[in-house]
Design a protein around this ligand. Structure first.
Ligand code: PAF
Length: 289
């Protein structure tokens, strides 16, 4: 396994690999890898000749108060895990390499980045799409794998890839959960023992919504969301940012979810930690995969 730290070396390596007829698979990450990341890496491993994982905590997707310095990091462990999973190259650039002096450009997907998580994190998705565009231009992958856990991010990246004609196939891989249902996330490391016990209430509320939609009783979105809120707030001191039922592809609100492909997405704070989760309910659950 090779570790590449500069843009020029990564681009030259990818160009040579492609000239030699290899396909490149890519999993972008911010490091501190967990089972969720490993499932993306395994998915990509099966679909390419050369597998590149990037590890870069991207400053432009953190707002000033979001404390990028506290984001968990463990590069030695990440390297070991990548090696074990058969990763060929880790791209591990510095901030100076990614955003050199004089840097001014931003990639922004309108509307999709301004709803759901975009309301309370207005600069977040522009940071994500900017760095992912840069990474696509640097790594030049044929396929890239993202997690369903970040459903809005996945929809936005798909849109951006189409709109900007990146020759990259986007694969969205299912959310990996702990045995009690909590979606795996690097942010779970911030939870206290007590908060960790309470946190699976978010997933339980999503399951409750799925049950209501499939009950055949024709519950509308408002009724479902009211029940979800109640079940979350009964479980613990959550501060709910949003719960929304939207079209799984366009992210437009859906009033009557029965029989439609909907994404039920939520974000809530537990103590200092902001958690997100979602499920897709509908005829063709596989649409985003
Ligand atoms: O999902 C993430 O970890 C990040 O948003 C990504 C895609 C690596 C961009 O920094």
């Amino acid at each position: 396994m090779k570790i590449i730290r500069t843009v020029t070396e990564m681009q030259n390596t990818s160009l040579k690999l492609k000239r030699d007829g290899n396909t490149i698979g890519f999993v972008p990450t911010m490091g501190f890898l967990h089972e969720g990341h490993l499932s993306l890496i395994r998915r990509a491993r099966g679909e390419c000749d050369i597998l590149v994982v990037s590890i870069y905590v991207n400053p432009t997707q953190f707002a000033p108060g979001e404390d990028i310095d506290k984001y968990p990091r463990d590069i030695d462990r990440d390297e070991r895990l990548c090696e074990e999973e058969g990763v060929d190259i880790i791209f591990y650039p510095t901030d100076e390499e990614m955003y050199p002096e004089g840097y001014l450009t931003e990639v922004r997907v309108k509307r999709l980045g301004e709803i759901l998580c975009g309301v309370s994190r207005p600069t977040h998705f522009a940071g994500v799409t900017t760095i992912v565009s840069k990474l696509f231009n640097i790594v030049m992958p044929d396929i890239a794998v993202f997690g369903q856990k970040d459903a809005q991010q996945a929809v936005i990246i798909r849109r951006m890839t189409l709109d900007l004609n990146f020759p990259v196939k986007i694969i969205v891989s299912p959310t990996v959960r702990e045995s009690d249902g909590l979606a795996m996330s690097s942010r779970n490391a911030y939870l206290s023992e007590k908060e960790r016990e309470i946190a699976p209430a978010l997933y339980r509320s999503l399951c409750l919504a799925e049950k209501m939609i499939k009950s055949g009783k024709g519950y509308d979105a408002i009724e479902i969301i009211v029940k979800m809120r109640k079940s979350i707030l009964t479980a613990g001191p959550f501060d709910i940012d949003y719960i929304e039922i939207v079209d799984a592809e366009t992210l437009e609100p859906v009033e009557n979810p029965a029989g439609k492909d909907v994404l039920i997405a939520l974000a809530a704070r537990l103590g200092k930690t902001r958690l997100i989760d979602n499920i897709i309910v509908g005829k063709s659950k596989s649409k985003l995969k």
